[in-house]
Every structure is written in structure tokens, then in C-alpha cells.
Ligand binder design. Structure first.
Ligand SMILES: NC(=O)c1ccc[n+]([C@@H]2O[C@H](COP(=O)([O-])OP(=O)(O)OC[C@H]3O[C@@H](n4cnc5c(N)ncnc54)[C@H](O)[C@@H]3O)[C@@H](O)[C@H]2O)c1
Length: 375
């Protein structure tokens, strides 16, 4: 047999760094940001949803037009059902109809649904155009907008069709949280607690102690804590941009609270909001860590106090009842982080010290359910 020819294609890597700005009133400066980060853009497709456009669409449009950009606005129905391949393709077609070119850009104005969908549209349209994220929900500000994961859902599961595509910039205006319903604010708060629990106990305590200011929409407090939370997530993303590491402080750690949380969310028929379920998942992680000997600390009590102060549910035992066992174990088994029958589970040795362990769904149930099912 002739020897195969071995060639190597050297691909120079591009610097994918991007700025994240946090500050009250920044929505009025999106145009100036675009001039800086996408200087060749002449047209912008502003993608938003029906709740957010009447509140903030005009401010962003005015700022973009003030910077000399031609803006077309595309409005989707709010909520997860809009994150579909069909909606994504329809948006790509509208960008073609707008006459957007390769050097033009997308601006995503909305919660995580808009950010994920618009981000994927930008990643795929003409093999990729620039996107600037302007997240308007707390969850999107502290989590979804930073990290470059973009996706839509398939009937088989959430976020199954997606990519890593980093934005050109992220513009976070905590002033917009004034109109976000409390329940949605709570979802973002749970992710902030998660960042604190994983990487910075002081942030965990600061969020807990400022519950009243957070729910009172104090922009100074929100701006500070959002910026801290984003910095913690960003540092994690920088350590492991493409989620390839299974080390304790790589992106896999961001799954803390999500294995049990997601299983509760789906088996509850989505009666629990995502952030509420993540809060319960954090409690479960504390309990599992204690029962498996990863920690000797009463993290469960500490986390329960914080969830309580932050108006998030704490009644984990009401959800982990024997009659729900098989549904919850099965839902954990469908966890996308699983490898064969083992799940990559994130525990805690203490706040700020995540531990990655490999566990079966049944072992997680056994350690999380109270009293322990083996007792
Ligand atoms: N890409 C990532 O890394 C990542 C991380 C976490 C979550 N996500 C995704 O994010 C999505 C959830 O995001 P979400 O919780 O922001 O949901 P969402 O986008 O549905 O927003 C929640 C609700 O709040 C409304 N809203 C948003 N901002 C508002 C404002 N300022 N005032 C009034 N109403 C406002 C929206 O219209 C919507 O009704 C999920 O699809 C999830 O998969 C992605």
C-alpha cells in the first residue's frame, strides 16, 4: 500500500477576547460601542422579543441610528418556545431580505432566549457575522450573555443545536432590571449564588445580604454584584473556553445545582422556574457533598439561609419524595453531561471549592433524598 501523504493545515488562531461593560444608562450608548467593536458595520439587525421591544427597543434603535447605522428590528414571541431551528432559519431569511452583508452585525436585546437565538443566527448567517449582546434579564446578564454558548432547542432536548460563538461585546445596563418581574429576577439571583458558591464565598454572602436592595432594584448594588458575578463566570470561561476540561474550576463546574435542578424542573412539568430549580439543586449539592464525605461543613444550612433571604424555594424534601424517585432518576440519566451511566456531578468541599465527581443517577438520588434511602 502506498504511504499516505501527511499534511498539516496550520490555522492561525484569532484573539476572541471581547469587552463586557456594566453600567446604568449604557443602553443609550450601544451605538458608540458598535462603532468601536464593529467599525465596518453599516446595517444592524436588532433582534428582541415582544416584552422587551416596547420597553427598550426605541432607546437602542435611537442610539444605533445616532451612530450612523441603518437598523431593522426583528421581534420574536417571548419565551423558550421561540428557541427553535424554524425560528432561527426564518430570522436568517429576514437578514437576507434586509440586505445585511458579512461586515454588518446583529444586536441581541433581551433575555437568554433572545441572546441564544440571535447569537446562533449571527454565528450561522453567511458563516458568521458580529453580534453584540445587550442582555435585559438578570439571568442573561450574569450568565447567558457571557461565554459564547449559543443554541436553539430540538424536540429531543434543550440547546441541542448550537455552537460556541463569542460576541464582539456585551453591554449590560442594570437599569433595565426595573421592569423585570420578581420571579425572573430570582432566576438570575440563583445563578449569582451559584457563581459565589463555586468561586467566591464573599460574593455568595454579599448577594444574600443585599436581598432587599436587589429586589428593590437598587442600580448601584445591582451593577456591582452583576459585575462581580460576570467576572467570576468570565474567569471560568477563560480557563476553559470550549468546555473541554473536566478539572474542578473549568466550565463543567458551572453545572453546579443543575443536575438535580434540571431533573426537578422537567419532572415538575416546568411548574418550577429554572432559577428556583437551580436553587434547590444547590441545596441538593450541599447535601450530596456532605453524605459522600466531600465536606464536613454544614453547607446545606448556609445555602438554605441564602435562598430563604432571596425569596427562592428551600423545600427540597417536598420535591424528592419516593413517588417521584423513578421520574427524577430517569431525568438525571438524560443529563447531557453523562458518560455511559455515570454523571459528572459537581459537589462542594466548601464555598469556593468545587469538586467534580462521577456518580450514577441512583447514587445522586440516594445521597440527596431525605432520609437517605439506604437508611
Ligand atoms: N448561553 C448560555 O450560556 C446560557 C446560560 C444560561 C441560560 N441560557 C438560556 O437562557 C434562557 C433563559 O433566559 P431568561 O431566563 O432570560 O429567559 P427569557 O429570555 O425567556 O426572559 C424571561 C422573561 O423576561 C422577559 N424580560 C427580559 N428582560 C426584561 C426586562 N428588562 N423587563 C421586562 N421583561 C423582561 C422576557 O420577555 C421573558 O418573558 C434559556 O433558554 C437558557 O437555555 C443560556
Amino acid at each position: 500500500m502506498p504511504r499516505p501523504v501527511a499534511l498539516e493545515v496550520a490555522v492561525p488562531s484569532e484573539d476572541l477576547s471581547y469587552p463586557v461593560a456594566v453600567g446604568a444608562g449604557l443602553l443609550d450608548h450601544v451605538g458608540a460601542t458598535m462603532q468601536r467593536v464593529c467599525p465596518k458595520a453599516r446595517r444592524v439587525a436588532l433582534i428582541s422579543d415582544e416584552n422587551v421591544v416596547p420597553l427598550y427597543g426605541e432607546r437602542v434603535r435611537a442610539s444605533l441610528e445616532g451612530a450612523g447605522l441603518a437598523v431593522t428590528t426583528h421581534v420574536i414571541e417571548p419565551g423558550e418556545p421561540s428557541k427553535t431551528p424554524e425560528r432561527m432559519v426564518a430570522l436568517v431569511s429576514s437578514l437576507v431580505a434586509d440586505g445585511l452583508g458579512r461586515s454588518d452585525a446583529v444586536v441581541a436585546l433581551g433575555g437568554g432566549v433572545v441572546g441564544d437565538l440571535a447569537g446562533l443566527v449571527a454565528a450561522l448567517f453567511m458563516r458568521g457575522v458580529d453580534v453584540v449582546q445587550c442582555p435585559t434579564s438578570l439571568l442573561a446578564q450574569v450568565d447567558a450573555s457571557v461565554g459564547g454558548k449559543v443554541a436553539v432547542d430540538l424536540p429531543e432536548g434543550k440547546n441541542l443545536l448550537g455552537a460556541f460563538a463569542f460576541p464582539r461585546a456585551v453591554v449590560i445596563d442594570p437599569g433595565v432590571l426595573a421592569t423585570l418581574p420578581d420571579e425572573e429576577l430570582g432566576c438570575g439571583v440563583a445563578e449569582m449564588l451559584k457563581h459565589g458558591a463555586l468561586f467566591d464565598p464573599q460574593h455568595f454572602d454579599a448577594v444574600r445580604d443585599q436581598a432587599e436592595a436587589i429586589y428593590g432594584r437598587d442600580v448601584a448594588v445591582l451593577g456591582r454584584e452583576v459585575a462581580t458575578s460576570v467576572a467570576l463566570k468570565a474567569a471560568c470561561v477563560v480557563r476553559d473556553p470550549m468546555e473541554r476540561s473536566d478539572a474542578g474550576k473549568g466550565r463543567v463546574a458551572l453545572n453546579l445545582g443543575h443536575t438535580v435542578g434540571h431533573a426537578l424542573e422537567v419532572t415538575q412539568g416546568y411548574g418550577l422556574k429554572h432559577g428556583q430549580a437551580v436553587g434547590l439543586g444547590l441545596l441538593a449539592a450541599a447535601r450530596v457533598s456532605r453524605r459522600l464525605g466531600l465536606t464536613a461543613v454544614d453547607l446545606e444550612g448556609h445555602i438554605r439561609t441564602a435562598l430563604d433571604a432571596l425569596r427562592l424555594p428551600t423545600d427540597l424534601d417536598a420535591y424528592l419524595v419516593p413517588e417521584r424517585r423513578s421520574a427524577i432518576v430517569e431525568a438525571m440519566g438524560r443529563d447531557k453531561k453523562r458518560a455511559q451511566h455515570q454523571i459528572t456531578y459537581i459537589g462542594l468541599a466548601r464555598l469556593g471549592e468545587p469538586r467534580v465527581v462521577s456518580l450514577s443517577p441512583q447514587a445522586i438520588w440516594d445521597a440527596a433524598a431525605s432520609p437517605p434511602s439506604g437508611a
